[in-house]
Structures are given as structure tokens and as C-alpha cells.
Design a protein around this ligand. Structure first.
Ligand SMILES: Cc1cc2nc3c(=O)[nH]c(=O)nc-3n(C[C@H](O)[C@H](O)[C@H](O)COP(=O)(O)OP(=O)(O)OC[C@H]3O[C@@H](n4cnc5c(N)ncnc54)[C@H](O)[C@@H]3O)c2cc1C
Length: 384
């Protein structure tokens, strides 16, 4: 049964687009979910199929062959439909491409770079990654040790990154590196550059289908034409783009929470114990009522954030609130949902179990929820 959460975010075009996404999910996602988890990888054909359906690279401008659709509600439609199928790894892969990597390229790449890189984001031929985190520095990105040193027309890149989403498949990686006294800068490292290698596919407790990996840079000569934007502006670029990354994570969390609560409502209305539906036990009924209320309230706030993003007025603090709020709620929903499914909730063949393990990372990546509260408190109180 559908348990749609009230929202007036979408107009006719978004609803229609949502139906196209739903069709894609039915044909290309649902039949492959288990295999992707087993393979620890989502195959490239899925990306290309999504490209063919017009689900990727929506924001690529017309002059580079795209629809130039900057209304973020279409991205929300993609995330919600994929979330309904419980395909969290695909959500995070697509979000890394469209909300993060593409966003950096649109903002900071020059015309020649856009001509080179943007078309692949439309067709699904280019899988992108963002490499900020290192073994020794995650929350505190100023502590990174990867360096880029100028040498003739090139930059020589040395260092390593870890926990990189799409790290195994990525054709294009935006690398955050130290550029000496000139601060931090962003470089685009491409598949095939000498000295660029990938480590093992990391073994995670959830998001099994996501190819999270370590990346190594050993004297990689990065041509000057692969520097993104200005030297020394890297940290500023991150600050400007992280709000969209966080909004994307919040929406993925909301999508999962809505889907999981729906499955749980269905389950608790069917399962019986002591001669009645388990949903009729007041303890469960009240928990369901609370979660549904929290989900509706959360959706209203996220809808507002999406509208703010479209207007260009979403603040870093509001995006941080959205991220920690929606992902904390997602955590509460999946945990309660597993409990209400009893032993079946612990079985991976039940989607609720997969949603449970997939959800845990949401409070960690994109900036931990503690860091989100730091951003909010700085805006509110200004404590250093
Ligand atoms: C599956 C997965 C995918 C990821 N994808 C990417 C990716 O694509 N690209 C990328 O660059 N990174 C990625 N990451 C990395 C992720 O963003 C970091 O793991 C995260 O930012 C935390 O950094 P850390 O692991 O170094 O933890 P730490 O920074 O060491 O934090 C450890 C703990 O200390 C807390 N803490 C730290 N500082 C403070 C503070 N000031 N106040 C309060 N608490 C604090 C943290 O909240 C956390 O609980 C991914 C991680 C995973 C697991």
C-alpha cells in the first residue's frame, strides 16, 4: 500500500518525471538490488540506462548538450523514487555525481573543461568522485596531507585518500589538496593518469553495493588544465558546495524513512500476535504515530530547504540542520522498524534489514552530525 507523505513541493512536471524514474527503478533497479550487494558494485550499464532515460546530469547547460534544468525538485524526484526501492547505494552514487561532482564542475570549471567533462555526466558514461577525506583527516579537512606542487605546466600530486564513494569505478576524481602557502586547491584526476591507483574495495557494514575505496597518488602529473578554479580557493569552494551535498543526504534519509515506515505499517497491520494485529498494541501504535508525525514535520522543513536552494538562499546552517535532522530521524525509523518486524527484521531478505544497515553511514558522511551541530551553533551562538 502507498503511504504517501503530504507535500506540495511538486508540480505536474515533477510528478510526471517521478513516474519516469519509477519506471526506471522497476526495470533497472529492483531486479538487480541483490546482485549489486553481492558484487559490491553497481554496474555501469545501470548508469547508462539512467542517462538514456534522462535521469542524470539534469543541470548540465544546453550549450553542453544538457537540459539545463536547475530546479532541484527534479533531483528530489529521483532520490524519492530510488529511496522507495531501498536502493541506498544507488542514491548515494547518483547524488555524488549530480549533487557534488557536477556541482563543482558547473561552478568552477572553465568553458574548455566543461566541454571535456560535462557530456559524460549526461549519458552516465562518466562516474565522478570527490576525494577529500584522508586516513588522518576527515572532519578536520585543514589537516589533510595530500600535496600538489607546481612543476612546469603541471602539478605533481602526492598523497592518499580514503572512504571515497565510487572510488573503484570513478573516471574523474576531484581531489582536495594542499598547495603550499597558497592554501588548498581542487584538481581533477582522470582514469589512466600515471601514478593514480586505487586500493581495495572497502568492506563496510552496509551500503554493500557502493564501491567505496582508497585512492593513491604517487607523483601524479596533473596538467594545469585540470586545476579547478583558482589556486588557493579550495576550502572556499568546499564551503560553497557542501550545503547541496548535505541537502542531498537529508533527502535520501527522508526518502528512506518514508519508505521504511510504509513497509512497517503494512507489516504491523498484517502480523498477528496474541490474537490481534501487532499494530493494535498501543506501544506500537503510538510509536508509529510519533514517527509518522516526525516524518511529516521533517518533510515540510526539507521542502522549504529545497525551495531555498532553488532560490539560491539555502544557508550552510540550514543545510546542516536538514542533514542532521533527517538522518537522525532516519536512524530512529529504521531502528524502530527492525524492532517491529521482530526476528524477520534481522533477516537480510527483508528490505527493512538492508535499510537498517545502509542507514548508519548517513549520520557520518557528508560531515558527521556532530560537525553539523557545530555549524548550527556557530551560526547561533558563535562559539569558536
Ligand atoms: C561509506 C562512506 C563513504 C564516504 N564517502 C566519502 C567521499 O565520497 N568523499 C570523501 O571525501 N569522504 C567520504 N567519506 C568520509 C566521511 O565524510 C568521513 O568519514 C567523515 O567526514 C568523518 O571523518 P573521519 O572518519 O575522519 O572521523 P573523525 O573526523 O576522526 O571523527 C571521529 C569522531 O569525532 C567526532 N568529532 C570530530 N571533530 C569534532 C568536533 N569538532 N566536535 C564534535 N565532534 C567531533 C566526529 O563527529 C566523530 O564522531 C565517506 C565515508 C564512508 C564511511
Amino acid at each position: 500500500m502507498e503511504h504517501t507523505v503530504e507535500s506540495d513541493l511538486f508540480e505536474r512536471d515533477h510528478l510526471e518525471f517521478g513516474r519516469t524514474v519509477a519506471e526506471f527503478v522497476k526495470r533497472h533497479v529492483e531486479p538487480n538490488l541483490e546482485r549489486w550487494d553481492r558484487d559490491r558494485l553497481i554496474d555501469r550499464d545501470t548508469w547508462r540506462a539512467a542517462g538514456k532515460q534522462g535521469l542524470l546530469g539534469l543541470a548540465v547547460p544546453e550549450e553542453y548538450g544538457g537540459p539545463g534544468e536547475t530546479d532541484y525538485r527534479f533531483r528530489v524526484a529521483v532520490q524519492l523514487e530510488i529511496g522507495k526501492a531501498g536502493a541506498a547505494a544507488l542514491q548515494s552514487g547518483f547524488s555524488t555525481n549530480d549533487d557534488i561532482v557536477l556541482n563543482y564542475l558547473l561552478r568552477h570549471a572553465d568553458h574548455e573543461q566543461k566541454q571535456r567533462w560535462l557530456p559524460g555526466f549526461l549519458t552516465g558514461d562518466t562516474i565522478g568522485a570527490i576525494a577529500m577525506t584522508e586516513p588522518g583527516a576527515g572532519s578536520d579537512l585543514r589537516g589533510i596531507e595530500t600535496t600538489a606542487v607546481p612543476d612546469g605546466d603541471d602539478w605533481v600530486l602526492n598523497g592518499s585518500k580514503t572512504f571515497i564513494t565510487s572510488g573503484i569505478l570513478a573516471d574523474l576524481v576531484i581531489v582536495f589538496a594542499k598547495t603550499g602557502e597558497r592554501g588548498f586547491s581542487l584538481f581533477v584526476v582522470e582514469e589512466g593518469m600515471a601514478g593514480f591507483s586505487r586500493g581495495r574495495k572497502l568492506d563496510k557494514i552496509g551500503l554493500h553495493a557502493q564501491d567505496t575505496a582508497e585512492l593513491f597518488f604517487d607523483n601524479v602529473r596533473v596538467p594545469a588544465g585540470n586545476l579547478l578554479g583558482e589556486v588557493g580557493a579550495g576550502l572556499d569552494y568546499l564551503k560553497r558546495s557542501l550545503p547541496l551535498e548535505r541537502l542531498g543526504i537529508a533527502i535520501a534519509g527522508q526518502a528512506s524513512a518514508e519508505a521504511v515506515l510504509g513497509w512497517t505499517l503494512d507489516y504491523t497491520r498484517e502480523r498477528t500476535a496474541f490474537g490481534r494485529r501487532i499494530a493494535d498494541f498501543q506501544v506500537l501504535a503510538h510509536q508509529l504515530a510519533e514517527l509518522r508525525t516526525a516524518i511529516e514535520v521533517s518533510r515540510s522543513y526539507l521542502d522549504r530547504c529545497v525551495r531555498e536552494w532553488n532560490k539560491g538562499t539555502l544557508s550552510a546552517a540550514d543545510a546542516a540542520k536538514a542533514k542532521f535532522w533527517a538522518t537522525d530521524l532516519q536512524g530512529r525509523v529504521v531502528d524502530t522498524a527492525v524492532q517491529m518486524h521482530g526476528g524477520y527484521g534481522y533477516m537480510m531478505e527483508y528490505p527493512v534489514a538492508k535499510a537498517f544497515v545502509d542507514a548508519r553511514i548517513q549520520r557520518i558522511y557528508g560531515g558527521t552530525n556532530e560537525i553539523m551541530k557545530e555549524i548550527v551553533q556557530k551560526d547561533l551562538i558563535g562559539r569558536p
